[in-house]
Design a binder for this molecule. Structure first.
Ligand code: CS2
Length: 502
């Protein structure tokens, strides 16, 4: 069933309805009949634009057939989402915008979130839910920081919050602490474990989550860890949907398209993808009916998403930071940026073990998505924590490109542009620029640290080459400026010679 609510024309003077009123008029399913089948940690904007929308679509499609998948969101960091959404009964509007020939714009109210609770206050309520037989899925969008990992992607047991939870396991404050305590209680009660699904942008997110949970469980009781290892599953997932930062204009969209007053609308692109490894413990929604891709091998999807979307995002953001550009689509509107990005994608494809048949349409689609003028996505959002994103998304590409003896100039140029902005605390025109990164990274960059030091690579032949390429790119940027260097580096045939001035 199509759950879209079509826009209604309204005179400027008609008062706006509440989101609840609109839901009651047009509800695509009965929220009161929903039981909670999913406990979700981190009910932030990405979750509300992605998983909550997918579940909503599923519930709307199934109507009376399968109403077991209502969501209880658990906030651990702040009460803000609860404060905003509670008066709206956790309903919110989701607006999709795409600048295309048809100027796609649609809106609907999402009803899949039954409630959001503060886990640090209501831990017993959350743990009871997590040990209810109706709950089959525990899902997470807590960002990398929420997993409390060390640099080896294992649990950082010295992390303050983890140390607290290990000492007080019955009153956890972290997602990992909640998961292990709930699994412990399920084991004690002879119940099957739930399936735990990371929906964060991490390479092999399920494996990372499983490792963190095992590390924690081992500290509590090695037998519990054995039970988790033997019975609980942590499928890897790939999540994708561009959900920009909050903006004042979003409420206006909800007013115009749905005639509602919404304090927490989500504005996003029409595109979304959710790829899930098919290894569930117990029930799950038949959500392939709603467009979720279930697969035995997630690897090609991860390669495509992390390299052509996330890495390209970061590459563009690094260049845009130095150029002083505010939004992703504005960068791609400039011919030299657009061409350079296309060539970068070709370089990435050459370094990536995925067929051209898969890569080519994906690249085209990403370029269209990133050029979406109807969905301004701030460079500030993408360039936050650049050093971590370089390590996560870009270093693997550089290592593959190096081992294939590829020319690395183009892949290093954006990084050099970002480093220059960070070193000089300035964009190219000289205006002050404040780097949003960890203080030690900012200090190291400003003190002239090499690329390999910034991303924490151990010295080897590869890092030597990368650092040299980076120095060269820095020199070119200083000598010729960004625009000319972009054009030079966009020449079809790249050589390692020092470029000559235009
Ligand atoms: C972005 C992602 O923050 C980033 O670096 O690349 O948030 C991106 O928008 C999402 O992964 C899209 O699915």
């Amino acid at each position: 069933m199509n759950s879209y609510i079509s826009p209604v024309t309204r005179s400027a003077l008609t008062p706006l309805n509440t989101v609840t009123h609109l839901w009651n008029q047009q509800s695509p399913y009965n929220r009161r009949a929903l039981s909670i089948g999913i406990v979700h940690f981190g009910p932030g904007r990405f979750f509300r634009g992605h998983l909550a929308r997918i579940i909503h679509q599923y519930l709307a499609q199934k109507r009376f057939q399968d109403q077991r998948w209502g969501i209880c969101g658990v906030s651990l960091k702040s009460r803000r989402t609860i404060t905003i959404l509670q008066p709206q009964n956790f309903l919110y509007s989701l607006i999709e915008r795409h600048h295309s020939e048809e100027n796609h714009e649609s809106a609907e109210v999402i009803g899949s979130i039954n409630q959001i609770v503060d886990g640090t206050e209501d831990h017993e309520y959350v743990l009871n839910l997590m040990t209810s037989p109706a709950v089959h899925l525990v899902t997470l969008t807590v960002t990398q920081a929420g997993y409390c990992l060390n640099s080896r992607f294992h649990l950082d047991t010295a992390h303050d919050a983890i140390a607290h939870d290990l000492t007080n396991p019955a009153t956890p404050t972290t997602a990992i602490g909640f998961i292990v305590e709930a699994l412990r209680r399920r084991r004690e009660q002879g119940m099957a474990p739930f399936t735990t699904l990371s929906c964060d942008n991490l390479p092999k997110n399920g494996e990372i989550l499983q490792q963190a949970v095992l590390d924690y469980a081992n500290q509590i009781d090695p037998q519990l860890a054995a039970y988790v290892r033997d019975y609980a599953t942590f499928p890897n997932t790939m999540v994708d949907r561009i959900v920009p930062q909050e903006h004042d204009s979003y409420s206006e969209y909800a007013g115009r398209l749905l005639q509602v007053c919404d304090r927490a609308p989500i504005v996003t692109e029409p595109f979304w993808q959710f790829v899930v490894e098919d290894k569930f413990r117990g029930d799950r929604p038949i959500w392939e009916d709603a467009g979720v891709i279930m697969t035995d091998d997630i690897t090609p999807f991860l390669y495509m998403k992390s390299r052509f979307l996330n890495a390209v995002h970061s590459f563009i953001a690094c260049l845009a930071v130095r150029a002083g550009i505010e939004y992703v689509h504005q960068a791609l509107r400039m011919p030299e940026f657009y061409l350079f990005t296309q060539l970068l994608m070709d370089d990435i494809a050459a370094a990536t073990p995925v067929s051209d048949q898969m890569c080519n349409p994906y690249k085209e689609q990403v370029l269209l998505r990133l050029s979406n003028e109807a969905l301004p996505d701030a460079i500030e959002r993408i360039s936050s924590e650049t050093s971590r994103k370089l390590g996560k998304y870009i270093v693997p590409i550089l290592q593959d490109a190096y081992s294939q003896k590829m020319n690395l100039k183009r892949l290093m140029l954006p990084i050099a542009a970002w480093m220059l902005a960070a070193r000089e605390s300035a964009i190219e025109s000289g205006t002050f620029y404040h780097v949003q990164d960890k203080p030690d990274i900012v200090t190291a960059t400003q003190a002239g640290a090499a690329f390999s030091q910034i991303v924490g690579l151990k010295p080897c032949e590869c890092t030597e080459v990368l650092d040299q390429e980076c120095y060269q790119a820095l020199r070119d940027l200083r000598t010729y400026g960004l625009s000319v260097t972009l054009k030079h580096y966009s020449q079809e045939r790249l050589s390692n010679e020092i470029i000559s001035a235009a």
